[in-house]
Design a protein around this ligand. Structure first.
Ligand code: TXA
Ligand code: MG
Length: 319
């Protein structure tokens, strides 16, 4: 793609110093992660954090995830638990977020976690992001790089759409996973707050015990589970069997050729591919000016669980 936008940064040695400068200056920059694009800021700076809330128009009560390069760096701020270390060893760096308690001496600003004593932390695997974090002496608070209530961006074009030229964006190509990280609360009885590509079954297997999954999608301690998230902004109907008139129809599998009104997430019924395409498809449909979306039943195993979770939240909010 020709780089026609002046605020898109291609990653190299020279731009690395520019990105570091922006972050040290407590300014914002959009960065690629393996899940979705994030909007990064110095987690040790109140000013930088306030900038995130302002530009996203994010409710102050919705806490951010703090992203670390290494366990050593995180150990300065966070109280580790036995289960955390087991999960870290198995899945990190990778698409999983842990809710843990902060140390008294933690330098994470209170604005990051909306005044809670717990904080969400993650160790992303994207190589560009890791190279940037390796060169910083502070962790990055990073929500998804979209306006509050909109779907998370999986391509730089989506970030541009929400923020125009207000921020610099580091180009990392399309997001590998396409759905946000799995969120696991480790502060009390372990619970999955948000399903993602690290599956419940995998977590249960390494911890050798049953784990609860948050069912309540409305009132929850993780505001990301509330209905104001993940919405393309038009009504969505789920478990639809046939295309409806004047409605975009999201499908999966070989029974549907991509015809008019049909948007196939994966012709070969690959749920990883479907996850990668979900948000892009929402945005495509919105851009084509459809006023309604219907979705066929999506298998509820593997990444299908996370896809169905996001679809349900989008459907809750679709007006
Ligand atoms: O994959 C991801 O997690 C992406 C990339 C950029 O890392 N980030 C992301 O951030 O999805 P965000 O802000 O869109 O979602 C963070 C979620 C929200 O649901 C938030 O409520 C929850 O994590 N969260 C953050 N801190 C929390 C805490 N202390 N307790 C409970 N939930 C928390
Ligand atoms: Mg988000």
């Amino acid at each position: 793609m020709q780089n026609i936008y002046s605020n898109i940064i291609n990653f190299n040695k020279k731009s690395l110093s520019k990105i570091i400068k922006i972050l040290r200056n407590n300014d914002l920059v959009a960065l690629p992660t393996e899940t979705v694009y994030g909007l990064a800021a110095n987690a040790y700076s109140s000013l930088a954090i306030k900038r995130i809330y302002r530009i996203k128009n994010r409710p102050k009560k919705n806490p951010l995830i703090v992203h670390y390069f290494s366990l050593k760096q995180a150990s300065k701020d966070i109280i580790f638990t036995k289960e955390f270390l087991i999960l870290y060893k198995k899945f990190c760096p990778g698409p999983i977020t842990f809710i843990l308690n902060k140390k008294k001496s933690s330098k994470i600003k209170k604005e990051v976690s909306a005044g809670l004593s717990s904080v969400a932390i993650r160790f992303p695997s994207n190589q560009i992001l890791r190279e940037i974090m390796r060169n910083l002496d502070f962790p990055l608070a990073m929500p998804s790089a979209n306006k509050s209530g909109k779907v998370s961006p999986t391509h730089i074009e989506h970030v541009i759409k929400d923020f125009d030229k207000k921020i610099e964006i580091v180009n990392g190509g399309r997001s590998k996973i396409g759905l946000e990280s799995t969120v696991v609360d480790l502060t009390k009885k372990i619970k999955i707050l948000r399903p993602g590509s690290i599956l419940l079954e995998e977590i249960q297997k390494v911890l050798k015990k049953k784990i609860r999954v948050s069912k309540n999608t409305k009132i929850l301690k993780s505001p990301g589970m509330t209905k104001s998230h993940y919405s393309p902004g038009i009504p969505i109907k789920l478990n639809v069997k046939k295309p409806l008139k004047n409605s975009a129809f999201i499908v999966i599998g070989k029974n549907y050729d991509s015809g008019k009104n049909i948007f196939n997430l994966s012709k070969k019924s690959d749920l990883n591919e479907a996850a990668r395409n979900l948000y892009k498809t929402f945005i495509k449909i919105k851009n084509k000016n459809y006023k309604k979306i219907s979705v066929m039943k999506i298998p509820n195993f593997g990444l299908g669980v996370a896809i169905n979770d996001r679809l349900k939240k989008a459907a809750n909010n679709g007006s």
